[in-house]
Design a protein around this ligand. Structure first.
Ligand code: AMP
Ligand code: GLY
Length: 416
């Protein structure tokens, strides 16, 4: 089977790495790919948010199956374009991907099926939004309603910050803001595959969204993660499936927008009670990297079944060993940063026992690898226990020679 993976981050490197191990995969192409992907797959340059272009390329290259990694092509309807053209793909339709693209849509779906989540209200009018914020008081959460790479959310601890965030979110004409109750507890994410009807649970993880140690600094796409998440106990899983995942999947089907793909279920857990923080219509990045390391079974039949149906016939085996990933990012990220810096020591890092290095924002040049993005490398490790996985990951981080990079030194603190 010829398989095309869309995307070029650490998530797509991990997906490509896992897909490449499948006996079903005879040819693997990734667009645009990155410096690490280029060593295991062909890479292609195409506009992955343009459905017509992806369809044309897939036909030209006799692609049998397209795996969509990031959210932007999903929201742009690339899965719809492929389906219409008869090209099998993994990734929800644009209508179903609204579960990530629109926070107010998700809130309406939760209300319709009774899924527990923060109390909320949505506004387009600044005066009405401000009045609501003043009435509710701080702490309160202000979310710009649209895709913002996880950066459009302000958890405001003071009324002043909340009002400023509300004004900022509504500064563009036609903008919409969702204002939410501040939930307390511990966050974890849970991933499931679904064909629109059957739900196959994958695994749990915990991310570290803030840029700096001690959960300080600005929000990022994620600076490190581990799987499984100890807070996600079997009792929490059972409740999350019964009160959130199953009802939402059924509600989407009822509305004629069946959700087919991977659903990222972001949860706040307090006293073993899960409430929904957010959905994403894709694998988490960097959570995907550690899930792929822990997955013992072939992933390709499971990904195919999401679009083609028959997920109820699939079982997946998982390694009991935990996995951790530490993100190396360019100095300045999530703000401005430099590209094109040479990175050394990758072979030495990869030689540490249990370690796999996935590339995110890298590019290969003659004789090496250079930085090419904000999040640049995912140094991952598995071991019999999480403390050893952490030690291995950080030993590998120390082997990498990249003066322009930074990383958190406390990944896993909550579980350890
Ligand atoms: P989101 O993009 O909706 O996941 O929000 C980003 C981050 O903001 C989440 O991972 C949480 O840490 C935090 N957050 C979002 N909504 C809430 C909420 N209602 N209560 C507390 N924290 C929240
Ligand atoms: N790591 C968080 C996300 O992928 O949204």
């Amino acid at each position: 089977m010829n398989i095309l993976v869309l995307g070029g981050g650490g998530r797509e490197h991990a997906l490509a790495w896992k897909i490449k191990q499948s006996p079903l995969c005879t040819r693997l192409i990734c667009a645009p790919g990155n410096g690490g992907i280029a060593s295991i797959a062909e890479t292609a340059s195409l506009n992955i948010e343009d459905g017509a272009e992806v369809v044309r390329y897939s036909r030209d290259q006799s692609i049998d199956f397209v795996v969509i990694g990031p959210e932007a092509p999903l929201a742009a309807g690339v899965a719809d374009a492929l389906s219409e053209a008869g090209v099998a793909c993994f990734g929800p339709s644009a209508a179903a991907a609204q579960l990530e693209a629109s926070k107010s849509f998700t809130k309406e779906i939760c209300d319709a099926c009774g899924a527990p989540t923060a109390a909320w209200a949505a506004f387009e009018d600044a005066a009405a939004a401000r009045a609501y914020v003043e009435e509710q008081g701080a702490p309160i959460v202000v979310k710009a309603d649209g895709l913002a790479a996880g950066k459009g959310v302000v958890v405001a601890m003071s009324l002043e910050d909340a009002l400023a965030a509300t004004d900022a979110a509504l500064s563009e004409p036609g903008a919409r803001v969702v204002i939410e109750e501040f939930m307390t507890g511990e966050e974890a994410s849970f991933f499931v595959l679904t064909d629109g009807e059957t739900v196959l649970p994958l695994a749990s993880a915990q991310d570290h969204k803030r840029a700096f140690d001690g959960d300080n600094g600005p929000n990022t796409g994620g600076m490190g993660a581990y799987s499984p998440a100890p807070v996600f106990t079997p009792a929490v899983e059972q409740k999350a499936m019964a009160t959130i995942v199953q009802p939402v999947i059924a509600e989407m089907a009822k509305r004629g927008a069946p959700y087919r793909g991977v659903l990222y279920v972001g949860l706040m857990i307090e006293n073993e009670e899960p409430r929904l923080v957010e959905f994403n219509a894709r694998f988490g990045d960097p959570e995907c990297q550690i899930l792929m390391l822990r997955l013992a079974s072939d992933i390709v039949p499971a990904l195919q079944a999401c679009g083609a149906g028959g997920l109820n016939d699939i079982t997946l085996d998982w390694a009991a060993e935990p996995a951790m990933t530490v993100v190396l990012a360019a100095e300045g990220y999530p703000g401005g940063y430099q590209k094109g810096q040479l990175i050394g020591g990758l072979d030495a890092a990869g030689a540490v026992p249990g370690v796999t290095v996935f590339h995110a924002g890298t590019r290969s040049i003659d004789g090496g690898v250079v930085s090419n993005g904000g999040r640049v490398l995912n140094v991952c490790a598995t071991a019999a226990d999480l403390a050893t996985a952490r030690d291995r990951a950080y030993a590998a981080v120390d082997a990498i020679d990249w003066p322009g990079g930074f990383h958190r030194t406390d990944i896993g603190w909550r579980a350890l």
